[in-house]
Design a binder for this molecule. Sequence first.
Ligand SMILES: [Zn+2]
Length: 68
Amino acid sequence: MSDKLKPCPFCGKKNIIIETWSSGGPMYMVKCNNPDCPVPAVGYPTGSNLIEVEEEWNRRAENGKSKM
Ligand SMILES: [Zn+2]
């Protein structure tokens, strides 16, 4: 289901979930579901376009990796 999402750039775990809720339309947030993982200062990728939110997550995952 979420195989296309890269592992968390902070903890390296693959426990990634997509939260959905409604706010004048469907909203999505890709987040790490590891309770020990710190929430990034900039927050998790959020938006009304699931594809874009997933792509942003993967972009951050790539960036996080290159910094390590
Ligand atoms: Zn994490």
